[in-house]
Design a protein around this ligand. Sequence first.
Ligand code: IMP
Ligand code: MG
Length: 187
Amino acid sequence: MKKRLIVDDLEFEILIPEEKIQQRIRELGAQISQDYQGKVPIFVGVLNGAVLFLADLIRNLSIDCEIDFIKISSYGDARVSSGAITMIKDFSADLHGRDVIVVEDIVDSGLSVSYLRRRIESMKPASLKFVSLLVKKGCAKVPLTIDYIGFEIEDKFVIGYGLDLAQKKRELRDIYQIVEEVGKEKE
Ligand code: IMP
Ligand code: MG
C-alpha cells in the first residue's frame, strides 16, 4: 500500500518520492548547465510554488546564474484554476537582453505560462525558456512549449514540494496525488 496522507478530509497517496524528485533535478541541472555553457541565465521563479524547485535546481548547476521572482495567481485557494491571472509581484530584474529561464512548479491549463511568455517577450530577452517540475498530461488549454520537464503526471490534484492545498503542505519532501472519490471528480 502506498504511503497515504489525509489533509482537510481529502485523501492523498504518494506519487513521486523525494529521491526521485532529487534525481530528476540533478539531471535537469546537468542538461541546463550544458545548454547554457558560457552564459549566465537568470532564473525567474514563479512564487510561491516554485521556490523549493528553484532552490534545488540552481544548486545542481555547474554554471553561474542569477535569480528573480514573480508572483501571479490563477487559483486563489480553489483546487481548479479560475482562469483569470492576477499579477501580485512583478520582476525586479531588467530582463532585456538576458537569457531567461522561467521556473514553474506545475503546468496545468497553461494559462500562467502563456501569460508569462507574453509579458517577458515584450521585455525583449536574448532568449526565453521554461522549466516545470510537473506537467499535467493533456490539460493545456493553449498551445505550449515547456523546454525542460521534470515529470508528466495525470490530471489530478497534487500537493507537496512547493505545491499547496489552500497554502498548506508546501513543505512536504515528497509529492502526493489526491485519491479521487468515485463519482466525485474536480468540483
Ligand atoms: P495553470 O495556469 O493552469 O497552468 O496553473 C498553474 C498554477 O496553478 C501552478 O503554478 C500552480 O501554482 C497551480 N496548480 C496547478 N495544478 C495544481 C495542483 O495540482 N496542485 C497545486 N497547485 C496547482
Ligand atoms: Mg504556481
